[in-house]
Design a binder for this molecule. Structure first.
Ligand code: UGA
Ligand code: MN
Length: 320
């Protein structure tokens, strides 16, 4: 009886060992990273993994993902996001939301332009730890323009444009797409997939804007023929700043195209700028012929600081 048990045990032993070894090998395989780059990484500026979503053959964001392709694909156009920003209690929260989005987008360069006389420590520290390729600029809005009813961020967007033109003045421009990303809006990752293929100027709907659930370009046979909007429908381009992207080539080919202070009213900045570089007929509709909302013109509520102490402050100084 004993010897039968023994012989069974020795027959089973190698199989048990094989199963244990196989399980061990499988769990040791490193898991793929969830995010393309580690947060707070000092070596974050190198190559990045593409977004892992959708059908690989149809998803332009995945073009470079396969290492087994016989021919290397042309490089992904860089998305340059110009963000004007100004100091206020919610600034760091807004920038954190934005960086959390941008960090998931391949080949994105963030041009952050402070509305200030100098670069602030808060934004400098933030950018240094953000794990994103970025450029930190600043230009103050002249006091006379800091009034309700006047357009915002004109000087800051122009500073971003000037930096782009300066950077590409001596070299043949690599493919690139420019997008004005205000710090308080909400951006889906799909939006970046859509705008990356911009040939000249592309457009798409914007949610929660103009006193409506959304505004959108009206499209017929692949062309923009009008605008669905509830506010100043007479605008030549009835579109919010978050509703279009421009190729780097177009920015370089029109070196004088800028945002103007003189005569510009709020809501007309987009039209004034777009008029200088394109026509309505030329616009490229994105987001399924402008039938999907992929960006929202959200606005953050002013925070209540009524109970901030004037005396008996906290014993430590904390950046918020
Ligand atoms: C709307 C449009 O969506 C903006 O693109 C446009 O610049 C603005 O109107 C306008 O009136 O000119 P809205 O939500 O009213 O946007 O404007 P904000 O989000 O308050 O400001 C737009 C951007 O400019 C933000 O990124 C904000 O941080 C920045 N900003 C605002 C400054 O840099 N300085 C300021 O004094 C105010
Ligand atoms: Mn806003």
């Amino acid at each position: 009886m004993k010897s039968v048990l023994f012989s069974r045990f020795f027959i089973l032993l190698p199989w048990i060992l094989i199963v244990i070894i196989m399980l061990d090998v499988d769990t040791r395989r490193p898991a793929p990273p969830l995010t393309p780059r580690p947060y707070f990484s000092p070596y974050a500026v190198g190559a990045r993994v593409q977004l892992r979503r959708g059908n690989p053959r149809r998803d332009p964001e995945k073009r470079n993902a396969s290492r087994t392709q016989p021919h290397p694909e042309p490089p992904l156009p860089t998305i340059y996001a110009i963000t004007p920003t100004y100091s206020r209690p919610v600034q760091k929260a807004e920038l954190t939301r934005l960086a959390n989005t941008f960090r998931q987008v391949a080949q994105l360069h963030w041009i952050l332009v402070e509305d200030a006389a100098a670069r602030s420590e808060l934004v400098s520290r933030f950018l240094a730890r953000a794990g994103l390729p970025s450029t930190h600029l600043h230009v103050p809005t002249p006091r006379r323009y800091k009034r309700p009813g006047l357009p915002r961020a004109t000087e800051q967007r122009n500073a971003g444009l000037a930096w782009l033109r300066q950077r590409h003045q001596h070299q043949l421009a690599q493919p690139g797409v420019l997008f004005f990303a205000d710090d308080d809006n909400t951006y889906s990752l799909e939006l970046f997939q859509e705008m990356r293929s911009t040939r000249k100027v592309s457009v798409w709907p914007v949610g929660l804007v103009g006193g409506r659930r959304y505004e959108r370009p009206l499209v017929e046979n692949g062309k923009v023929v009008g605008w669905y909007t509830g506010w100043r429908a007479d605008r030549p381009f009835a579109i919010d700043m978050a509703g279009f992207a421009v190729s780097l080539q177009v920015i370089l080919a029109n070196p004088k195209a800028v945002f103007k202070r003189r005569g510009s009213q709020p809501g007309m900045q987009e039209s004034d700028f777009l008029k200088q570089i394109t026509t309505v007929e030329e616009l490229e509709p994105k987001a399924s012929n402008c039938t999907k909302v992929l960006v929202w013109h959200t606005r953050t509520e002013k925070v209540n600081l009524a109970n901030e102490p004037k005396y008996h402050m906290d014993t430590v100084k904390i950046e918020v």
